[in-house]
Design a protein around this ligand. Structure first.
Ligand code: F0G
Length: 434
């Protein structure tokens, strides 16, 4: 069987050619995923092949996505691949953060080390490859910032025209600046993420523009390699928990699919548990999993300073629910204050990340306090975005001027305000002695 698009709904499982331009199942409306035959190579052969490729100078092998191309064999030819050497993100240990999170040890997989500073690059190299393969000339997405920054870069590098739709006034300048710099046509819509998505879908269909939101199954394929690379870096030792923030829920869908596939192939011997952390003001997935409801209770007006995950009606929730349930995982929510403090602690560890990423450590702190995660558990938290994505937030936190969406002032519990000093060595010396 060559690669196919398969309906994710168990009751349907309709199949379509891999080159069909569809984002939902035409039969039942379900989400789509890429389906493949098993690779020819055995697990030990794949492990060796991937390890050997680390010493190669071929662009495809240097990519932390395409190095693992046997996991994502949806292309017939790799001529249409544009790589900015995405992936290749480090595992970083942080003692201070571990202590704060109630753990003996914590490992961060820092996706902020990607070319445009977020995990979106892992998916975008695949999405743009598929766009080129299909002969598309324009690509579009709605975004809380990182998807647009990433799509702008990859599309421009590939010679495609990027068109991005962003909620006006609700994305950080770091991300908006990237989209402008990478040459995207940038439309700021006076609506929130959830309202803009149907608009973009309609326009994409009407104008023949290829949609690169995470509803696009090829984006998910690329993000799967975050887990493959993680396991490769750990010499295939499976952690107890993998913790990540949840917004539109594409990433948890990708992680779950990757882990299941790696287990089926014998690359790993068990599934780690997935813990998804949401911000209190944008936590429909938390509510879904809490109440064992059948349908996602969408949040009409999501609110959080972690604008990357300010999403009230995430499209990938059926996939996300499947992955969290299959892995015996959990969903937690954390407050603005908890996110802000956890972020500062990650910063003080010399690592740093953007606000949405810090939801991981805030969630871990809550889950260890509740006894869900044991102090001696082997925990990997995925930091999804770079510290420089949202400098305004950082400055406000450290100077005690950060306000929650409800207007209340957040405490600067780990604040580190700059000190204004006169141009006078004696007085500066005195200050530094204190
Ligand atoms: N962390 C960061 C830094 C993000 O940018 C996002 C999503 C998430 C976490 C959540 O990931 O949607 O897969 O659950 N950002 C999207 C965007 C929505 O438009 O950039 P998810």
């Amino acid at each position: 069987m060559p690669a196919e698009l398969v309906c994710f709904e168990r009751k349907c499982r309709a199949r379509y050619p891999i080159t069909e331009v569809i984002y939902n199942c035409p039969k039942c409306g379900g989400l789509l995923e890429a389906g493949y035959d098993r690779p020819e190579q055995s697990a030990p052969m794949l492990r060796r092949l991937w390890r050997d490729r680390r010493t190669s100078n071929a662009p495809l092998d240097q990519s932390g996505v395409w190095r693992y191309r046997e996991m994502i064999p949806f292309l017939q030819s790799y001529n249409c691949v544009v790589t900015l050497r995405e992936g290749n993100t480090p595992l970083l240990e942080a003692r201070q953060a571990a202590h704060y999170g109630g753990l003996d040890r914590i490992i961060f997989k820092h996706q902020g080390f990607n070319p445009t500073g977020s995990f979106k690059d892992n998916g975008m190299t695949c999405g743009t490859a598929q766009a080129l393969r299909l002969g598309m000339t324009r690509v579009a997405c709605v975004s809380t910032g990182n998807t647009s920054a990433s799509m702008a870069a990859y599309a421009s590098a590939a010679g495609l025209q990027p068109i991005i739709f962003i909620p006006h006034g609700n994305i950080s300048y770091g991300k908006l600046a990237q989209a402008l710099e990478y040459g995207a046509r940038t439309l700021q819509v006076e609506a929130n993420f959830d309202q803009i998505l149907p608009l973009v879908r309609q326009l994409a269909e009407r104008l023949g523009i290829y949609l690169l939101n995470s509803i696009n199954p090829f984006r998910i394929e690329g993000q799967k390699t975050i887990m493959t690379e993680l396991m490769d870096q750990r010499d295939w030792r499976v952690p107890d928990w993998i913790v990540l923030p949840g917004g539109n829920l594409g990433n948890v869908s990708a992680f779950g699919k990757s882990l299941r596939e790696m287990k089926d192939l014998g690359l790993i011997d068990r599934l780690p548990r997935l813990a998804v952390i949401q911000a209190t003001g944008a936590a429909p997935f938390y509510e879904l999993m809490q109440g064992r409801r059948r349908k996602l209770p969408a949040v009409e007006h999501p609110e959080t300073l972690a604008t990357a995950i300010k999403i009230g009606d995430p499209v990938s929730w059926p996939k996300a629910r499947h992955e969290v349930t299959t892995s015996e995982g959990i969903v937690e929510k954390v407050t603005e204050q908890e996110i802000a403090d956890a972020k500062a602690v990650i910063g003080r560890s010399g690592i740093g990340c953007e606000p949405a990423s810090a939801a991981t450590l805030a969630g871990i702190r809550k889950l260890t306090a509740a006894g869900v995660i044991a102090a001696d558990a082997d925990v990997v938290a995925v930091l999804t975005g770079n510290v420089l994505k949202d400098p305004d937030y950082i400055f406000r936190y450290h100077t005690g001027t950060l306000e929650a969406p409800d207007g209340s002032r957040l405490e600067s519990n780990f604040g580190n305000a700059p000190i204004v000093v006169p141009n006078d060595p004696k007085r500066i010396a005195k200050i530094l002695k204190d």
